[in-house]
Structure formats: structure tokens, C-alpha cells
Design a protein around this ligand. Structure first.
Ligand SMILES: Cc1cc2nc3c(=O)[nH]c(=O)nc-3n(C[C@H](O)[C@H](O)[C@H](O)COP(=O)(O)OP(=O)(O)OC[C@H]3O[C@@H](n4cnc5c(N)ncnc54)[C@H](O)[C@@H]3O)c2cc1C
Length: 495
């Protein structure tokens, strides 16, 4: 027994793992392998770790400019945070939810409570009727009177909502949520993947609003609505992952864009052209975004050689403002927009949402304005930084209903992101399953990241842990296990 154990330990210590991409998926997968003594190298193409978890200094404040929170669902992200010793930094957003702006004939109103993907359980509720009017409420109520829905009846969220509850519910309540959260139109979203359990609830209740009511009753809250953050920002999670990896003896190299991944027998070679690195590996964990991952792996796994559809590109402009009029948090924690009404798609009033940001900002305000969605390039894309900041300031002023003069601006930073295709996009689940199958049939290979797991840390982190576990088990216990592995399930995205 002891001898077997010693052999296992020494086998782990001899196993060389290269992780391509130092976003959260890559760092989490690297940690799982480093923990058991494997020799881990992370190659990150850019000059910083973290990928879409990014921070920047704006007017002397260190602020999240990408992901700023995580969904508590499943508890995996929180468990990782605790494991890394960051538990005392966990914080919850202030009460006072988001608002909706750009509502025709209404302007701005608080986002109604209790919906699923914006679908209201009760169209007559005052906060819903305020947005869709009496006509919209009557039309939505027809959902209860029409013949019952059956399972599998309609996969497109857009068509489902339009036919059951009408255009006002679709345009004014559901579209702002899918555009703001998934950067996608409701017509392109698979209702069953985006809201697991909706289809079953439809069958049981026979109506859409009935299904939403039942789902709310079952969970006690809007699915996926509970979030937490970290005082100091989500990038402290990336710092802690990097520091734990270094303690465990892993090598983490930035400015090392991988340009080729090849395999000869059981040995992989990973080449990072600019850094001049050519690293041999027994296991490769691909943690780069979809287009790069497919490109690098297509020689070894031919079925991955496919141009992915265009990714939604978003730009987030973070502004620090000296604007006392914002102290009353005029639109709660931020706003979603009715598509077509504003140039920006969403705004987060970070100082109203997070106490740690308000304390750090000592009287100033921080707002983040997001531009761009699927098929709609960000309006800031062609502007220089100063003009992008000016446009963001104008949009913030209109969305928050408060005049904001140019002199209020204390600092601004703009970041650009290519988002993963939403896991809930129609047809996506089938594609993801095909990729999983091809990858798990390739010994020594794992692929992680939001393009397979779905966007959001609550999807990406557990998926990266599962994939790393699958590949390290296969390496240690049974060289062939990789080809027998079942494909992972696809999680629905949180937000
Ligand atoms: C603006 C924005 C806000 C978000 N807000 C939230 C939020 O509040 N809560 C939440 O849960 N989720 C949020 N998300 C989603 C979440 O951030 C992502 O799903 C998650 O961070 C994706 O991690 P990843 O490791 O899969 O990919 P990425 O973060 O994209 O990491 C991929 C890494 O691979 C590197 N790479 C690319 N090519 C190469 C190469 N050739 N060689 C080596 N490295 C390479 C990249 O530089 C990058 O570092 C947000 C996303 C965005 C864009």
C-alpha cells in the first residue's frame, strides 16, 4: 500500500502539465493539478493574468473593470475563495436593485422583482404594469387563458414570450435582461438552457406566467440572482490564485502567446512564439477563448477545426465622478436599457452597489457604462479614449437622470472584451457536447473556459475543476480513462 502510494506520488511529481491561458479557468485548472504535486506551467498570452477578471487604477482607485461579482449558486466559487484564504473579504451588494430605462412613454422604472429572465409571474403587479401598461398586461394575461403549453413546445425564448405574453413583455422586460446579461437577443436564446426547469414547470402549469410563479415558489428567489463580491475587487481572486500557484512551485509566464500545440505519441509540445518558449508536456489544458482554442487544437483534434460564430464584443468604460447629485443612488445599483433606446446597453453604479467601492472612493462616485452586444459593435469602438469617456458620461447622465458636466469627470478607463457565445444560444448545447466528446477522446487533453462552461464564474470555476480532475485521474490511474470519459453536462449561464 505504501509502495503504491509512493509510486502514485512520484508519478504525479513527474507529470508535466501545460495550461494555455491564464484567465480564471486556466488558473483554477492549474491549481487543481499543482495541488497534487504535478509540474505545472501556465502560459498567458497577454501581459496580465485574469482574462475577463481585470482591474485598473482610475483616479487613484483600484477598480474591477471586468467581472465584479459571482453567483453564489452551487457554492463552488465561495469554496475556492475560502480555500485561498479570502473568506473575510466576501461582501454582498447593497439592497436596492437595478432600474430599467428607455421605456417608451414611461422613461425609467425599477426592474420588477420576481421574474425569470425578465418574464413576470404576474402581469397585473403594479411594478410590471407601470412598464407594460394596461394593454400590455391584458395581452400578457392571455397566456393564462390560451390552450396549455406542452413540453418542448418552443425553444426560442423570444418566440415563447412573444406568442404567450406579447411584444411588450418581450421588448420591455425580457430583451433588456438578455441583452444586458448575455449580450444576446431573446430570439437567439434557448429558454430551456437559460432557465433550467422552465420547460418542466410549463408542462406542469400550462402557462408561462404560471411556470415562472412555480419556479419562484420553488427557489424562493429569482434563479441565479444571488451574488457576492470581494472587498478590493474580484481581481484579488486572481492575485491569490497566482500566489498559491507560485507557493506550489508552478511556473506562471505572461507575455507568452501560444502559437502551436502539437502531439507526438504521448508527448505534447506547446510553443509560445514571442517568449521563445517550447515546452513539453504530458497533459495540456487549453484555457484560451474559443477561436484560439479551436485554431491551436485543430491539428490534433480535426473535428475542432471550425470557425466559431462571431463573439459579442463589449466595451466597459469606468468613470470616477465628483457628482454629489448621485449620492441618492437615483437608479439603484444601476440600469438596464430597453434595446434601441440608448447607445449604451447597461450601467452599474458601483459606489451605490458595493460598500467597499463607496468607502474607497470617499465621496466620489464610480459608474461603469457598457456598450455592445451580439451583432452590434460597441458605439465606443471607433472613438479614442477621451471621446469614449465623453460618450459614457453623456449616457450615464441620461440613464441616471442627473446632469453630469464634463468637469465632474475625475478619471476614466476603457476596456474591450470579446465575450464567449452564450451557452444558452440556440443550438449551442449540441455543439458544446460534440466538443466535449472529441476532447475527452483525446488522451492528455482537457479544454476549459467560458466558451464550453457558459459565461460567469459560477459556471467556469466548477467546470475547470471537473475537467482538471478528469484529466489528472486519467493520467494517474489509467492512461486510457480519458477516452472512456463521458462528456460533461452543459451548465446554463448565470447572468
Ligand atoms: C465585461 C464583463 C463583465 C463580467 N462580469 C461578470 C460578473 O460580474 N460575474 C461573473 O460571474 N462573470 C462575469 N463575466 C464573465 C466572466 O468574467 C467570464 O465568464 C470568465 O472570467 C471567463 O474566464 P475564462 O478563463 O474562460 O476566459 P478569459 O477570462 O477570456 O481567459 C482566457 C485567457 O486566455 C488568454 N489567451 C488567449 N489567447 C492565448 C494564447 N494564444 N496563448 C496564451 N494565452 C492566451 C487570454 O489573454 C486570457 O487571459 C463578465 C465578463 C465580461 C467580459
Amino acid at each position: 500500500m505504501t509502495q503504491e502510494f509512493d509510486e502514485l506520488v512520484s508519478h504525479a511529481h513527474e507529470t508535466r502539465v501545460v495550461v494555455v491561458g491564464g484567465g480564471v479557468a486556466g488558473l483554477v485548472a492549474a491549481l487543481e493539478c499543482a495541488k497534487i504535486g504535478m509540474r505545472v506551467t501556465v502560459l498567458e498570452g497577454s501581459s496580465r493574468l485574469g482574462g475577463a477578471i481585470r482591474s485598473a487604477e482610475v483616479a487613484g482607485l483600484r477598480l474591477d473593470t471586468g467581472a465584479e461579482s459571482y453567483a453564489t449558486r452551487g457554492g463552488t466559487v465561495r469554496a475556492l475563495i475560502d480555500e485561498l484564504g479570502l473568506g473575510d473579504k466576501v461582501t454582498t451588494p447593497n439592497a436596492g436593485g437595478a432600474w430599467l430605462v428607455g421605456i417608451p412613454g414611461v422613461g425609467a422604472a425599477p426592474l420588477p422583482a420576481g421574474g425569470v429572465l425578465g418574464i413576470p409571474p404576474n402581469p397585473w403587479a403594479a411594478d410590471v404594469r407601470r412598464i407594460i401598461g394596461w394593454g400590455g398586461a391584458w395581452r400578457a394575461y392571455l397566456d393564462r387563458l390560451r390552450p396549455p403549453l406542452t413540453i418542448g413546445h418552443e425553444h426560442s425564448l423570444g418566440r415563447l414570450v412573444r406568442t404567450r405574453m406579447g411584444r411588450k413583455v418581450l421588448d420591455r422586460l425580457v430583451s433588456p435582461v438578455t441583452t444586458g446579461v448575455y449580450s444576446a437577443r431573446p430570439d437567439d436564446i434557448d429558454a430551456d438552457v437559460a432557465a433550467p426547469g422552465l420547460n418542466n414547470a410549463l408542462t406542469r402549469t400550462g402557462s408561462l406566467s404560471g411556470a415562472v410563479t412555480q419556479m419562484r415558489g420553488a427557489s424562493g428567489a429569482r434563479p441565479g440572482s444571488a451574488i457576492e463580491g470581494l472587498a478590493g475587487g474580484m481581481s484579488t481572486l486572481v492575485d491569490a490564485l497566482a500566489s498559491r500557484l507560485s507557493d506550489l512551485g508552478a511556473t506562471v509566464t505572461t507575455d507568452a502567446p501560444v502559437s502551436a500545440v502539437t502531439r507526438d505519441g504521448d508527448v505534447w509540445t506547446v510553443s509560445a512564439a514571442i517568449a521563445g518558449v517550447d515546452t513539453e508536456a504530458d497533459l495540456v489544458i487549453m484555457a484560451a477563448p474559443e477561436d484560439t482554442a479551436r485554431g491551436l487544437l485543430s491539428g490534433t483534434v480535426p473535428s475542432l477545426a471550425r470557425e466559431p460564430g462571431p463573439s459579442p464584443v463589449v466595451e466597459v468604460v469606468t468613470l470616477v465622478l465628483d457628482a454629489p447629485a448621485l449620492s441618492s443612488a437615483p437608479r439603484g445599483s444601476g440600469t438596464l436599457t430597453v434595446p434601441g433606446s440608448y447607445t449604451a446597453k447597461a450601467l452599474t453604479h458601483s459606489t451605490a452597489k458595493w460598500s467597499w467601492v463607496a468607502e474607497a472612493a470617499s465621496g466620489h462616485h464610480v459608474v461603469r457604462v457598457s456598450f455592445g452586444a451580439q451583432g452590434e459593435p460597441p458605439a465606443t469602438a471607433e472613438l479614442d479614449d477621451a471621446r469614449a469617456a465623453a460618450l459614457a458620461l453623456d449616457e450615464a447622465s441620461a440613464m441616471l437622470g442627473v446632469p453630469l458636466a464634463a468637469e465632474a469627470l475625475r478619471g476614466a478607463v476603457r476596456e474591450r472584451y470579446a465575450q464567449a457565445q452564450p451557452a444558452s444560444a440556440l443550438g449551442r448545447a449540441v455543439e458544446v457536447e460534440a466538443v466535449r466528446r472529441a476532447v475527452s477522446a483525446t488522451p492528455g487533453l482537457a479544454v476549459v473556459g467560458a466558451w464550453l462552461a457558459g459565461a460567469g464564474l459560477a459556471q467556469v470555476v466548477p467546470d475547470a475543476q471537473r475537467e482538471a480532475d478528469r484529466i489528472r485521474r486519467a493520467a494517474l490511474f489509467d492512461g486510457d480513462a480519458a477516452s472512456d470519459a463521458e462528456p460533461e453536462e452543459t451548465d446554463a449561464p448565470a447572468q
